[in-house]
Structure formats: structure tokens, C-alpha cells
Design a protein around this ligand. Sequence first.
Ligand code: NAP
Length: 327
Amino acid sequence: MPHSRQIHLTRRPQGLPVHDDFALVDAVVPDAGDGEMLVQALIMSVDPYMRPRLDADQALGEPLLGGGIGRIVQSRHPDFTVGDLVRHGSGFREMFVSDGKGLTKLHPDPELPLTVYMHALGGTGLTAYGGLLETGALKEGEQVFVSTAAGAVGSVAAQIAKIKDCYVVGSTGSAEKAAWLRDEVGLDAVIDYKAAPLAEALAAATPNGIDVYFENVGGAHLDAALPRMNVRGRVPVCGTISSYNGTPQAVYGLFNLIYKRVRMEGFVATDFAPLSGAFMRDMTGWLKDGRIKYQETVLDGFERAPEGLIGLFEGRNIGKMLIRISD
Ligand code: NAP
């Protein structure tokens, strides 16, 4: 029987998770039975949403919840063949037996690297696409602000806004990320919020106000954006990462929503399933013609998943944070 490892949560983190909150556990995986298959994990995603789940939804002593791309290495399932690539949400396990529930076959475009299906052509890309175009109701030529603009979701949202001929300001937390956004991605203005006072920098970078603030951070970022919002502006709330480790994040400027008639609305990626066809067509084209650029921060080794998750909250990733397990 094949051998495998799993990442378990061993205790609830207090604030920012630490390595001792997790354990690497050996597991024996049975062979695939009738109607089952054995899946080998190739690449896995670590995502900010995993952190709030560690406080309650994630069971202790069980594989960490998460997903990625895997390959079928044994199949006794009529619909799957050895060698098929699948998307899965089966948690942090190097190998696992599946009856096919929750697996989706992946037919990657041979002209694109497989890893893009983990970000621009995956959940974070769809989040950016639907959050900006549907929830944010973006119109051509508008004034846009995107926080965590060098991250997986933010970098795609910022570039879709550029494709729609908008004036786009991005915020990020390092000089290296700011340089990429300015020099390669071509945003109109970039704020390194760790190097300059955010509210002043945002006011200077948005002389015509903000029609759409694509919110990824919360707290001080939201407070900096609210006074800059234009009448009938929209704030699609994708995430509030600054609050995920339990640090209270005060927001003082909500009154700006009133006179400016601003609409603030949260969403989850799965809301945009009906857009999947248009999204895959548009994004594949934009990636191929270079209108969407991307970065990846790839950690080699299954055991590095906790390091990757913690790193998201320390700003260690540029573009999508990925864990590479096998080729
Ligand atoms: P990401 O932006 O690729 O990675 C996280 C980044 O957040 C870090 O690199 C860091 O970038 C920034 N960050 C971390 N702590 C911060 C803090 N305290 N204040 C300000 N910035 C901080 O991650 P992602 O997957 O693209 O997710 C971005 C946001 O989208 C998150 O809020 C996430 O929860 C949300 N999201 C929502 C959905 C949905 O369905 N609604 C789906 C996916 C993601 P800097 O160095 O630039 O600070």
C-alpha cells in the first residue's frame, strides 16, 4: 500500500499561526477499490481564507482543508484514467483515495504552464473577474483602487481594470512588489503602504476620486479609501486580510457611504460559477496575449505548507503562493 504524508492542525493558533500549530503526519493509503482511484497531489494552494478556518471549522488532528491539482495514479473508476489531471479540494494529503466526488478533470492548454490553473485561470482569477466586473459593476474608464495589488487576486483585478481602460492605483507592502506593479504591470500609481502614510498617499494618487475600491485588506486600507469614494461608488469586499489573525481593525469613515451613496457588497468566488465560461475564454486570451502578467511564489516540498500559509500574513509572496509536491 502506498505511503503518504498529511499536514494536520494540532492546536488552535493564537494570532499569527506558528509552525508548532501544525504537524506532518505519516499515513498509509489503501489501494483504490471498485469505483475509486488513487490521486497523487502535484501542486497545492495556500490561501488567506484558511486562517479564519483554523479557529473553528478546521478539525484538530485531521488533514488541513485545502485544494490543488493532482494526477490519477491508479483507477478503478469508470470516468477517470491513469494520468488524468484533476482539481481537488481533498485537503493537505500527498496521496488519497477518491470516489470522484469533488474532483474536476482538468484539460490544461498546452501553451500555458499548469500552475496558471492554480491562480489566474483558477479560483483567485475568477474571484478577481467576478468581484470586479459583476459585484463591482466596473465601467470602462473608471477610477479604481485595488489593495494587495501584487497578490494573487489583487494583481488580476488590477490588470482587468487596466484592460477596461481604467485609471488604476494599487497598494502593496514592499518596494520589490511596488516596482513590479509600476514597471511591468503598468499601474497608473502604486503605494507602498509600509513606506508612506497610506491615507495621504492614496489621496495624492487619486485626484479624481475612486469609483471602485476592490477591497482585500480592511481596517486602515478601507478607512483610507472611504473618503476618496465618488458618488455611486462601489466597494466589492473580497477579503479583509488584516483582520484574519484576530487583531481588531477599527474603521472610522463609514459615514462616507451615506452622502456618496456608496454600495459595499461582499461576495464569494463560487457566486461566479455562471461566469466560468466567459472567464476561462477571456483569461486564457489575456494570458496568451500578455495582457495579464503574473508572478508565483512556489515553495518546493509538501512539508512547507505551514510556512506558505504563515508567509501570506508576512507578505512573503508575490503573486500566488503555491506548494509544489511532485512534477
Ligand atoms: P495574496 O494577496 O496573494 O496574499 C496575501 C497578501 O496580503 C500578502 O502577500 C500581503 O501582501 C497582504 N497582507 C497580509 N497581511 C496584511 C495586512 N495585515 N495588511 C495589509 N496587507 C496584508 O492572497 P489572495 O489569495 O490573493 O487573497 C487576497 C484577498 O482576497 C484576501 O483578503 C482573501 O481572503 C481574499 N479572497 C477572497 C475570496 C472570495 O471568494 N471572497 C477568494 C480568494 C481570496 P503585501 O506585501 O502587499 O502587504
